[in-house]
Design a protein around this ligand. Structure first.
Ligand code: ATP
Length: 877
């Protein structure tokens, strides 16, 4: 950086501002441009594709510079903020023409990824959450808070572990987290790795006017997290935040827990390939008519309920709306006309509403009576509570109706906003302007007569004001004395007369006064509306809930969804269930419905079947049905009995955690571990081909021991798909495990997928067939066939791999498959796989019995080693 003493006064001013915002791009207003200097200019010119120039080009230290026109600044700010940068807007605080010396400048707003509110139509159904995190080393607890600036939503929670924090942050899709100094560097780095901008704010500014926002919060860390968040918001926004709602404390455990990976794998709100909404459950369920309804649906989807009564309430409402087609369609007709009340209320608070926003607000409010009328036709026991929250706020509607014209301009300072008859003074100015116009028309007629020039006309422009225009050919006809030349064009000249000049100033004065009076009146109306922000927010809340429920009803009708029956008995029975998104994409005719039956006597379904047969689809189908049930929606099935799950764990697909730089297998093991550590008997676990990411034996051994562990110790409802056919023999050992398989058949050597899930294990894996479908070279496939036959003939080591289980109380060894008594032992013995023909000795029999009675889970690996060593020694005898 150049030496400060050599800087021009302007650059000194710049540098002083920049020093306050070292981590932001500083957009520095110079006349009609915002300029970036130095490092900002070099980096900014690359990102924004601007030409890099320099100031003091001829000096020894030219200063890199680039600029954007002030009218277009928003686009450039958006690009930078989208990329995760902060942008400080530095304005001229006085009119440069009137300023003595340096024009005063200061930063009016710091726009950051989490505080941005000006977002386009495509963001209407998304929230932009700013989050904050503080740590208390006494209680070892974190306070976590989040706010949505455009709607005023403010929530906080107390969290105990880093994993839950990361999960919350990812679920909210926050782009920025504000942390205090006690949050560890390691955690800061994790946020950064996840692409979340970390901002530091350690000091809390006392804010008398916002202190009510934190009233009644249950813990000190929660209060502090909200206070840090509010301080950061006030420091950066420098504007009125009257619409922020009182902070609400929430408990993540009050919702169905799904870690971020599961949300991602199940494609609830964004699809895995493009990260967009298309092809997701949200995409399927979103029939909301308002932007705020759309945002609420998204929130519900990532936070399904666990409270049976609330789920039932939602179901009742969906059923009632579903059964009343006529009222429902009247309701949706009204909802379509409701604009984004939440964000309109936010803009009212910020002072950034214009006339069009107010008309949108009024149009929205005008729908409330119709909405209430529709609800009045429905069962009040069910919809009464929503109806009660729909307060019309018609005083605001009446005010806007009286004050604002039906089609106001975008600008609030150029006039044309306020209705005639609203202000006597304004009407007078308007009369004067109107009279003036009348007078001008008369003048035109008079002058035409006096000069005999028929195409003489009176016009107006910003620079020269009112003029009389005469074409060049007619100039000779003009009287010399009265006409004073103002402007010369190619074909005409423009003049004024003393009479016209006098009138002009009267008209312009009336115009000027009328414009500024209109602005004053507009601000008065806006301030009046501001007093109703809380009522508007309550209304928005009720309308958006209703919108989501009608969306569920519409979707239920369209996709033939049924109301799931809830039970507390761990019974799960879905008849003819479907994966709603796959079904929608492939068409109703082609989708094969499937049952899922897991009553209290079944905890694990082991799913086998060829590649591509539909194993993952079947598992996802169940998870989506659970989510749909617990958000209160109906589900894709002929009938469904559902328990209420507390958590969902998934290990599906190969979602490599590229960011953390861990291998697929490592991620797989970590995710499995999460499930094993945290799942309860009320949880749902989906393991898709667990273990395939490592050597066959390791993979299979892990898969089996994980199944046994889940079966014996966790008792969570678990779906486990696998290509290890050997595992299917586990149903002999594990009472609550059932085999199912997805059918396929061979026709003339071609594989036909049936997509039907049937009881029992698959007889065959059709890997080579699938490879053929994928178009691998024929000689390669023939060779694979030969190798396979050879392996099968020699009973591959895997096939003869014996079954030993971790069962807490092992049942007698099964006679089926390879799991005979010898087999059991072989896992612990030398790899001697020759079948025994001699009858067993007493000694051997005793060892076997001991083995059968050994509870492996209660032993350390060392104990096991010792025992095996001992058995081997006795066997040798
Ligand atoms: N019930 C169904 N009805 C009709 N088509 C289905 C059904 N289930 C799955 N499919 C189709 O089969 C394709 C493959 O399904 P899926 O990915 O679930 O197979 P998979 O058995 O898990 O395969 P792999 O073992 O290779 O992972 C799906 O993309 C879908 O098009």
């Amino acid at each position: 950086m150049a030496n400060a003493t050599k800087l021009t006064p302007m650059m000194q001013q710049y540098q002083a501002v920049k020093d306050q915002y070292p981590d932001a791009f500083l957009m520095y207003r110079l006349g009609d441009f915002y300029e970036l200097f130095n490092e900002d200019a070099i980096k900014g010119s690359q990102i924004l594709e601007l030409t890099l120039t320099s100031r003091n080009r001829n000096s020894k230290d030219p200063i890199p510079m680039c600029g954007v026109p002030h009218r277009a600044v928003q686009n450039y700010v958006d690009i930078l903020v989208d990329r995760g940068y902060k942008v400080a807007i530095c304005e001229q605080m006085e009119d440069p023409k009137l300023a003595k010396g340096m024009v005063k400048r200061s930063v009016t707003q710091l726009i950051t990824p989490g505080t941005r509110t000006e977002s386009g139509v495509e963001n209407a159904k998304n929230n932009n959450y700013l989050t904050a995190l503080v740590y208390d080393d006494q209680t070892k607890q974190y306070g976590f808070a989040y706010a949505e600036l455009s709607t005023g939503e403010l929530k906080t929670s107390q969290l105990g572990t880093v994993d839950t924090i990361i999960n919350e942050a990812l679920s909210l899709q926050t782009k920025e987290v504000v942390v205090d100094a006690k949050v560890s560097d390691a955690l800061v780095q994790r946020f950064t790795k996840l692409g979340i901008l970390v901002s530091h704010q350690d000091e809390i500014k006392s804010m008398a006017e916002t202190s009510y926002l934190t009233e009644g919060l249950p813990s000190a860390v929660q209060k502090r997290s909200v206070a840090i968040l509010l301080t950061y918001i006030t420091e950066t926004q420098k504007r009125d935040l009257a619409h922020l709602q009182r902070a609400v404390a929430y408990e993540p455990s009050a919702f169905l827990k799904m870690d971020h990976n599961s949300q991602y794998n199940l494609e609830l709100t964004q699809n895995i390939r493009t990260k967009k909404k298309s092809g997701t459950l949200l995409w399927l369920l979103d029939n909301t008519k308002t932007a705020m309804g759309g945002r609420k649906l998204k929130r519900w989807l990532v936070r399904p309920l666990i409270d049976r009564q609330t789920i039932t309430n939602r179901q009742n409402a969906v059923a009632e709306l579903l059964n009343h087609y006529f009222e429902r369609s009247q309701l949706t007709d009204a909802l379509v006309k409701v604009y984004d009340l939440e964000r309109l209320a936010g803009r009212v608070a910020f002072g950034s509403v214009n006339g069009r926003d107010l008309i949108q607000l009024k149009t929205s409010l005008d729908q409330i009576p119709q909405i209430k009328y529709c609800l009045g036709q429905l069962d009040q026991k069910i919809l009464g509570p929503i109806d009660a929250h729909l307060e019309p706020v018609d005083d605001v509607s009446r005010l806007i109706e009286a004050a604002i014209v039906d089609e106001p301009p975008i600008s609030v300072t150029e006039g044309g906003i306020i209705k005639d008859g609203y202000s006597h003074q304004l009407d007078q100015y308007r009369d004067a302007m109107q009279n003036g116009k009348q007078w001008l028309a008369e003048l035109e007629t008079r002058e035409r007569k006096a000069t005999g020039i028929n195409n003489l006309k009176i016009g107006y422009n910003h620079v020269f004001g009112y003029y009389i225009e005469v074409t060049k050919v007619n100039l000779g006809k003009l009287p010399k004395d009265r006409y004073q030349r103002k402007q010369t064009l190619t074909n005409a000249e423009r003049f004024s007369t003393p009479e016209l000049k006098e009138r002009e100033s009267l008209i312009l004065e009336a115009q000027e006064k009328s414009k500024s009076l209109e602005y004053e009146l507009f601000v008065e109306v806006r301030d009046q509306v501001k007093k109703s922000i809380q009522r508007l927010q309550r209304l928005a809340d009720a309308v958006s809930t209703l919108d989501v429920l009608q969306s569920f009803a519409n979707v239920s009708e369209e996709y033939r969804l049924v109301r799931p029956e809830l039970n507390d008995a761990h019974d799960l029975e879905i008849i003819d269930g479907r994966h709603p998104v796959v079904e929608k994409v492939m068409g109703r005719q082609s989708y094969v419905p499937n049952d899922v039956k897991m009553n209290s006597d079944t905890n694990v379904l082991l799913i086998t079947g060829p590649n591509m047969s539909g194993k993952s689809t079947y598992m996802r189908q169940l998870a989506l049905t659970v989510v749909m049930t617990q958000i209160g929606c109906f589900v894709p099935a002929k009938s469904a009995k559902m328990p209420i799950f507390d958590q969902i764990f998934t290990r599906i697909g190969a979602a490599d955690d590229l960011i953390s730089g861990e291998s697929t297998f490592m991620v797989e093991m970590k995710e499995s571990n999460q499930a094993l550590q945290q799942a309860t008997p009320n949880s749902l676990i989906l393991f898709d081909e667990l273990g395939r990411g490592t050597a066959t034996y390791d993979g299979m051994a892990l898969a089996q021991s994980i199944i046994e562990y889940v079966h014996n110790y966790i008792h969570a409802k678990t779906l486990f798909s696998t290509h290890y056919h050997e595992l299917t023999a586990l149903d002999q050992e594990l009472a609550q495990l059932k085999n199912v398989h997805v059918g396929a058949s061979e026709k003339n050597g071609e594989l036909v997928f049936l997509h039907k899930v049937e009881p029992g294990a698959a007889d065959k894996s059709y890997g080579i067939h699938v490879a053929k479908i994928a178009g691998l070279p024929a000689p390669l496939l023939q060779r694979a066939d030969v190798i396979l036959k050879d392996l099968e003939a020699h009973a591959s080591p895997i096939e003869s791999q014996p079954q030993a289980t971790l069962a807490a109380t092992p049942k007698p060894a099964p006679a089926s498959k390879s799991g005979d008594a010898d087999g059991q032992l072989a896992l612990f013995a030398e790899p001697d796989r020759t079948p025994r023909t001699e009858p067993m000795s007493k000694n051997d029999q005793r060892i076997l019995n001991e083995l059968a009675q050994t509870d492996l889970m209660s032993l350390t690996p060392m104990d096991v080693m010792n025992r095996v060593y001992e058995w081997k020694r006795r066997l040798k005898k």
